[in-house]
Design a protein around this ligand. Structure first.
Ligand SMILES: [Zn+2]
Length: 265
């Protein structure tokens, strides 16, 4: 069973989400975890998960979506969304991003830490974003003892050294479509253990691509797994089985929620 561990479906129309999930199903993808990036999309993600059996949720504030009106109440809201909705499986998407002048590092650190603490309180794994901030992200994960809940370094684009450090701290690495074209990522895949790898498409509305058929969707997860299979010279089915196991280990008792909604045993 294949699960797209990280997508953003919240801003698609319901009609499109239906079609996207249908195409996913046809391609053999059983479910997705759709991550909020702010309060509004976190709410939407939870609502989507109520409407669709095969959509599960992440809630959180993305470093690029930090707004000035965030306050204690905002974090209480995130906390209660995760606490009161069993289909919220992960704290996502949170992290650090130093590529643009979005908000000061101090604010980003604070908000990242607060959300790690929510995850620790609720005992759910975190799925984190890191851009030009890897050492700081890893330092904060260590300082906050985030390894106690574990999680995923999403859309992995770091180097071998960062991969080793993240794995050493107890986290999984999630690979997306850049693996299809970047030799440095293919090299990392060839070296790391299969039991540290998960996969995702990070699907969101790619309005900059004029051809709608070229937009990344959960159905593309198969391309990523085929690439891993080719690099590691291990059959596709074995890769699929291993990644499912990794998701199981990542989600721990939350895995039961997936089984419950997909009606598998
Ligand atoms: Zn994302």
């Amino acid at each position: 069973m294949l699960i797209d561990s990280h997508v953003h479906l919240e801003t698609f129309s319901i009609k499109e989400i239906n079609e996207i999930m249908q195409r996913a199903k046809t391609a053999g993808i059983s479910a997705v975890i759709s991550a909020g990036v702010d309060l509004e999309t976190s709410n939407k993600s939870v609502n989507l998960s109520k409407k669709f059996n095969d959509i599960f949720s992440g809630v959180g504030i993305h470093p690029m979506n930090i707004s000035e009106d965030l306050n204690e109440e905002s974090f209480l809201h995130i906390h209660s969304l995760a606490l009161n909705n069993e289909k919220v499986l992960v704290m996502s998407e949170i992290g650090l991003d130093f590529t643009e002048n979005i908000s000061t590092r101090k604010i980003q650190y604070d908000i990242f830490r607060q959300q790690i603490r929510i995850a620790l309180d609720l005992k759910i794994p975190i799925v984190f974003h890191s851009r030009e901030s890897h050492q700081d992200v890893l330092r904060i994960l260590l300082e906050e003892k985030a390894y106690e809940v574990g999680g995923v370094m999403h859309y992995f684009q770091g180097d071998e050294n960062i991969a080793e450090q993240a794995i050493d701290l107890g986290f999984y690495l999630s690979f997306a479509k850049p693996l299809l074209r970047y030799p440095y990522l293919q090299n990392i895949i060839s070296k790391i253990n299969l039991d540290k790898i998960v996969v995702e498409t990070d699907t969101y509305p790619q309005t900059f691509k004029p051809n709608r058929n070229k937009w990344t969707e959960p159905k593309d997860l198969k391309l990523i797994i085929s690439k891993i299979s080719e690099i590691k010279k291990i059959p596709f089915n074995e890769i699929e089985f291993n990644i499912q196991n990794n998701m199981k280990n990542l989600l721990k008792n939350k895995w039961n929620i997936i089984e419950k909604y997909l009606k598998i045993n």
